[in-house]
Design a protein around this ligand. Sequence first.
Ligand code: UDP
Length: 245
Amino acid sequence: MNTTNDSYVAPRRALLKVSGEALMGPGQFGVDAQTVDRIASDIATVSRSGVEVCLVVGGGNIFRGLTAAARGMDRAQGDYAGMLATVINALMVQNALEREGVPTRVMSAIHMSSIAEPYIRRRAVRHMEKGRVVIFAAGTGNPFFTTDTAAALRAAEMDCDLLLKGTQVDGVYTADPRKDKTATRYDSLTYLEVLSRDLNVMDAAAISLARENRLPIVVFNIHEDGAFERVIRGEGNFTRIEEAG
Ligand code: UDP
């Protein structure tokens, strides 16, 4: 269990990265409605507590450009398909949040004016100031990137105090804890440790972007009920990545 010191300050504005895999729940593909509802309920609790929340949603549960490229598809074309997959997920998450009574806006990096607003930085900030949860869809809008990088980019643009990565386990481990019983969890790491040890947290572009912008990253288990709220308060299990000292 991470111990919180008394000087812990909860973030004013936070970005949560929700991977496509997280939305699959126990399934092997697509979206599990119950899982999306549960994640939405956690997001609603944090939003109601007064923290400004935005989300970047992945698409790997539906389509990944790299996987398609390995099977012979043009990489850039595959990546555009991957970005469209994130829009599908964003609409599902939006729907679940609205059923929780949370006002939301989906902003897409690829223009899709009938279903989502175009991404405009100042407008996104304004939405959050009004208490709306902004869901960023279509990643960065560019092929050859990932939604992890999109999460670091949007978090920096939105001037977030914290970037949270919700994963299948409660932090970063020395090895995959689902395969290696001797694996132990790091309470904290520096960006350079993540990069030099090649730890499987977020891709290097995302870590570098967070490092340049002094944006702390917290990795936690998104499948534990209420974990998002606990982690926002600095409680529960997680790994925090930031500059030493
Ligand atoms: N993608 C992209 N540019 C971006 C973000 C995503 O091309 O800025 C594509 C890429 O093909 C990726 C897919 O969208 O494989 C789905 O995103 P990602 O794999 O990051 O989703 P996650 O692993 O979080 O579910």
